[in-house]
Design a protein around this ligand. Structure first.
Ligand SMILES: Cc1cc2nc3c(=O)[nH]c(=O)nc-3n(C[C@H](O)[C@H](O)[C@H](O)COP(=O)(O)O)c2cc1C
Length: 191
């Protein structure tokens, strides 16, 4: 791959939110390829901690009901926002697929947990860049509601969810450029 291709993909990667999705289905073949790319993330001691649960069709509808009901259950009457409740359902409906981003802690805990989280996040970056390269919208959502997913998924021992990866086709040609402080303020060169 040309250097300018990889630079473009990395720098054009954006969070594309469900409200921007156009309802067109993201193919299973694409999702499989994206997950295959996730599987090549670096991993200390080859623990390969990333786990994914792909929700489509009625599973996605069940998730929408679970999340919105849980929001109602855990929110006090004064804090309850009908807008937020609707948005939870609307986001699930708008996405063509939702991938639960999960982590399986190494049974022998051979590496610190932060290394497993780092590895899982790199797997997600592989997915995100695969989406960018294929003009498919996606974003990582990490609502408080993920703490309750043990009541929805059948987690293995030591497995937990770190968020949802929403996927959908979108029409807008290109998003605005990412806002970042210059790299120079984040780097120290030592010679
Ligand atoms: C671990 C992680 C969790 C995130 N959780 C949320 C979230 O809950 N809600 C949200 O709107 N965006 C979330 N984002 C997306 C960020 O808001 C987004 O990356 C940031 O605004 C920069 O925009 P960009 O991705 O288009 O460069 C998350 C991103 C990461 C890496």
């Amino acid at each position: 791959m040309l250097e300018e291709d990889i630079n473009t993909i990395i720098r054009e990667r954006r969070s594309i939110f469900p409200v921007e999705y156009n309802g067109k289905e993201v193919s299973k073949a694409f999702i499989k390829m994206m997950l295959e790319n996730a599987n090549y993330a670096p991993t200390h001691k080859l623990t390969q901690p990333w786990r994914f649960k792909v929700l489509q069709g009625s599973a996605k509808e069940r998730l929408a009901i679970f999340l919105s009901d849980t929001y109602t259950d855990i929110t006090s009457e004064t804090d309850f926002s009908p807008f937020k409740h609707k948005k939870i359902i609307r986001n699930c409906n708008a996405a063509s697929a939702i991938v639960a981003i999960c982590l399986q802690r190494d049974k022998k805990e051979r590496v610190p947990e932060w290394e497993e989280v780092a590895s899982m996040a790199m797997a997600v970056q592989n997915m995100w860049l695969t989406c960018t390269a294929n003009k498919i919208g996606c974003y990582w959502s990490s609502p408080k509601l993920i703490d309750y997913l043990g009541d929805f998924f059948d987690f293995e021992d030591g497995e937990r969810c770190y968020g949802f990866f929403y996927l959908g086709h979108y029409d807008k040609e290109q998003k605005d450029a990412s806002k970042r402080d210059p790299i120079e303020v984040k780097v120290q060169w030592l010679e």
